[in-house]
Ligand binder design. Structure first.
Ligand SMILES: [Zn+2]
Ligand SMILES: [Zn+2]
Ligand SMILES: [Zn+2]
Ligand SMILES: [Zn+2]
Length: 350
C-alpha cells in the first residue's frame, strides 16, 4: 500500500480529482463525462499508465504475467523475481529479504495478491498485429483467433502454397490460389517436406524420452537480466545469477545476434546462449541441456537439446541458438526487464 500512497501524493491535485470523478462515472450526466475525458486528453499520463506504475513488480518494474507475491509490508513482486530473490539468498546462505523494505521474506511469509493479479489482467495491452488495445486477459484469444490483421497461411500451404498474409486477405487469396489445381506429382515435394519435419519432431521427442531415463536430471526456473560489457563499445548481454544443480554451480549467459558490433543496424535479431560450469569437476560432465518457457515466463521457445562435455579446462559450452519463432519474439524479450525460463539438465554418469 505504501507504493500507492506515495504515487498519489506525488501526483498533482487535478489528477486525484480526476480519479474521484471516474469512480462515480455512472451517475454523471453525459456533458460532465465529456469534460472528464477532455481533461484526461490534456494529461500526458492516462489512468491505466499510472495504474501500471503502481501494480508493476518492485524488482523488474514489468507488469506481472503470472502470480504476484507481496512481502508483509505489501511490496509486490512477480513470480519470476520472487523465486529469483529466494534462490539468490539460498546460494549466499543469507535470509531472503524484500528488495524494497528489507523485511524477511519466505515462501510462507509472503502471500499472493489476487486483487493485483486480476487488476493487471484487466489493464490494456497492445495487439501485435492491429495495434489496438485490449485487456491483457483477452489479448491472447484476440491475437490467435479474432484479429483481422493476424498473419495466416493459405489453407493449401500443406501442398506447397507459400502465401502468408493478414487474415482479412486470406479468403480472396484462397479463391484465386492455383495450388488446388496442381497434379499429385507436382505436390510430392511439399508432402516430402512435411514427412521430413514430422521425422525430425519424432527424433526430438524420442531423445527427450531417452534423456528422461537418465540418472541425474535437474530443472531450474531461472531469470536472466540484461547487462553491458565494459569494453570500449558497450555490448548488451544477459546473465542469470549462479545456481546449484547436480552438485555443481552454473550460470547461463545469452547474447543478441552473437554479439554483432551493433545489433541496432540489423533488422533480423536472434538470441544465443551458453551454459557455464562455475565449480571444479574431478571428472568430465557430459551434459544435455534445453531451455523451456517455464511457469513464470511467456517466451515462445521451441525445445532443442544441446550437448556438451564440461571439464576443468573447458567449462563453457559454445553459444547455441535459442530457438525463437522470429525477430518479433526476440524484440519482445529485449523489451522486457528480465527473461524467465526453465533450464533442464541431464548428466550422464560414465
Ligand atoms: Zn519482476
Ligand atoms: Zn517489502
Ligand atoms: Zn489485433
Ligand atoms: Zn494459396
Amino acid at each position: 500500500m505504501a507504493d500507492a500512497e506515495a504515487a498519489s501524493s506525488s501526483s498533482d491535485h487535478q489528477e486525484i480529482q480526476e480519479v474521484e470523478d471516474k469512480t462515480d462515472e455512472f451517475a454523471e450526466p453525459e456533458s460532465k463525462r465529456r469534460k472528464v475525458l477532455k481533461r484526461t486528453d490534456g494529461n500526458p499520463e492516462k489512468l491505466e499508465q499510472r495504474l501500471g506504475g503502481i501494480l508493476c513488480c518492485a524488482v523488474c518494474l514489468d507488469l506481472p504475467k503470472a502470480a504476484v507475491y507481496q512481502c508483509t509490508n505489501g511490496h509486490l513482486m512477480c513470480a519470476g523475481c520472487f523465486t529469483h530473490v529466494l534462490a539468490d539468498a539460498r546460494l549466499r546462505d543469507e535470509i531472503a529479504t524484500c528488495p524494497n523494505c528489507r523485511i524477511e521474506i519466505s515462501k510462507t511469509s509472503a502471500s499472493r495478491n489476487l486483487a493485483v493479479e486480476k487488476a493487471v489482467s484487466e489493464l490494456p495491452s497492445e495487439c501485435q498485429f492491429c495495434g489496438k488495445e485490449f485487456p491483457r486477459n483477452t489479448l491472447e484469444r484476440h491475437e490467435e483467433s479474432l484479429c483481422e490483421e493476424r498473419i495466416t497461411n493459405c489453407k493449401y500451404s500443406r501442398i506447397g502454397c507459400p502465401w502468408r498474409g493478414p487474415f482479412h486477405e486470406e479468403s480472396s487469396h484462397e479463391a484465386t490460389c492455383t495450388h488446388p489445381h496442381r497434379s499429385g506429382a507436382e505436390v510430392m515435394d511439399a508432402l516430402q517436406d512435411i514427412d521430413q519435419k514430422r521425422e525430425e519432431e519424432k527424433r526430438l521427442y524420442d531423445s527427450i524420452f531417452d534423456l528422461l531415463s537418465c540418472e541425474k536430471i535437474s530443472f531450474q526456473d531461472l531469470q536472466m537480466k540484461p547487462y553491458r560489457t565494459d569494453e570500449f563499445v558497450h555490448k548488451l548481454f544477459y546473465e542469470t545469477s549462479r545456481f546449484s544443480a547436480l552438485n555443481n554451480q552454473w550460470v547461463v549467459k545469452a547474447r543478441i545476434n552473437n554479439s554483432q558490433r551493433d545489433p541496432t543496424q540489423s533488422s533480423e535479431r536472434d538470441m544465443t546462449y551458453q551454459l557455464i560450469l562455475k565449480t571444479k569437476t574431478a571428472c568430465p560432465l557430459t551434459t544435455h541441456f534445453l531451455i523451456l518457457r517455464g511457469p513464470f515466463g511467456d517466451m515462445k521457445v521451441s525445445p532443442k537439446i544441446h550437448k556438451f562435455e564440461f571439464t576443468d579446462q573447458e567449462n563453457e559450452s559454445p553459444y547455441v541458438q535459442l530457438p525463437l519463432p522470429d525477430t518479433a519474439e526476440c524484440n519482445r524479450l529485449l523489451a522486457a526487464k528480465a527473461i524467465n525460463f526453465r533450464l533442464i539438465m541431464f548428466v550422464m554418469s560414465k
